[in-house]
Design a protein around this ligand. Structure first.
Ligand SMILES: NC(=O)c1ccc[n+]([C@@H]2O[C@H](COP(=O)([O-])OP(=O)(O)OC[C@H]3O[C@@H](n4cnc5c(N)ncnc54)[C@H](OP(=O)(O)O)[C@@H]3O)[C@@H](O)[C@H]2O)c1
Length: 290
């Protein structure tokens, strides 16, 4: 892979793509809305035809700031970024026969499989507009995957609660450090740079196209993570936990949150291995950059 077009490289996930592509000596061009209106299929097609990339990576989307509650009051933008844009990229990439990958999310699930294990790529989302129990954000992310059903030469990489060793309001570890009250839910999570490397490896290792849960194997809880952070001296205050998800919902949230377990077996069977979740958290705490 010699040259990549990155869509939405200015974002939190996109910046990690820029950094890793640079580190791996893969040339890339970032398409940002300011420069190229990539929502316009004709303009996007002309820009891609001129650029002639070997692959396109879509790291653009609408997340809501400071959190997903904000999506509830900006629905048109959220729908546009998460559900309409993947459809436009699909149309143009298929027209030009370009391989591409889409940054999706594990937030289209809640809980775990009935046998207690993590959801696989075969499991239907259970936190979306069809199941009618979701946040507007999760609903639009699930629609974005529906739009990509049977897309050709397309990877769908599900990211889940990104974290790494760099203090940042978007980093899950920073959030745990800064929130006054915490919800102790069990989740699968993704180390941001391991996630990005795995996405790029999908192309370089030529794994089969399709959906992949790109999470660190295993699951963890806010209590477990904050214990490791406390052991490393990153948290010194006494932590306060909500008694239940109901209490969290009534006191701190406007819309339901997805907490879920995901299986990363399909990705490891394809030959791409992320580190075990406890080890990834330990490393992030050890290497913490304030
Ligand atoms: N951060 C997370 O916790 C998380 C977790 C799971 C999945 N994801 C997914 O990862 C992707 C990137 O998330 P992120 O955290 O990097 O988001 P971000 O920091 O907000 O950046 C997203 C980028 O998308 C572009 N964009 C295109 N259409 C947009 C719109 N309508 N509204 C706002 N921005 C738009 C913007 O780039 P330009 O203006 O430069 O074009 C923006 O910089 C999203 O699809 C998100 O759903 C994120």
């Amino acid at each position: 892979m010699n040259h990549v077009v990155l869509v939405g490289g200015s974002g939190y996930v996109g910046q990690a793509f820029q950094e890793i592509l640079t580190k791996r000596n893969i040339s890339f061009r970032n398409f940002s809305r300011k420069e190229i209106n990539y929502y316009n299929p004709a303009k996007l097609k002309a820009a891609l035809s001129a650029e002639k990339p070997d692959a396109l990576i879509n790291a653009a989307g609408y997340t809501g700031k400071p959190n997903v509650d904000a999506c509830e009051t900006d629905k048109a933008n959220c729908l546009l970024g998460n559900a309409v844009l993947p459809g436009i990229l699909r149309e143009v990439c298929e027209d030009l026969d370009i391989s591409w990958g889409h940054v999706s999310s594990g937030c289209i699930y809640t809980g775990n499989r009935t046998d207690g294990t993590g959801f696989t790529e075969e499991d239907e989302p259970n936190f979306n507009f069809r199941t009618n129990n979701c946040s507007f954000y999760s609903g639009t992310k699930a629609l974005g995957e529906e739009v990509l059903e049977d897309a050709s030469k397309c990877y769908v990489w599900r990211l889940r609660i990104p974290f790494d060793e760099r203090n940042n309001p978007r980093n899950y570890l920073s959030k745990l450090m800064n929130y006054e009250w915490l919800l102790d839910a069990e989740n699968s999570i993704s180390q941001r740079f391991e996630y990005v490397n795995a996405c790029i490896d999908s192309f370089t290792k030529k794994i089969p196209y399709g959906i992949y849960n790109v999470t660190n194997p295993g699951s963890t809880t806010a209590r477990e993570i904050t214990k490791t952070m406390t052991d490393h001296g990153l948290i010194t205050k006494e932590l306060k936990f909500f008694d239940s998800e109901e209490e969290f919902m009534s006191r701190a949230a406007k819309t339901p949150r997805s907490n879920c377990l995901m299986s990363s077996e399909k990705l490891s069977d394809a030959g791409i291995q992320l580190s075990e979740v406890g080890e990834a958290i330990e490393n992030a705490c050890r290497d913490w950059v304030a």
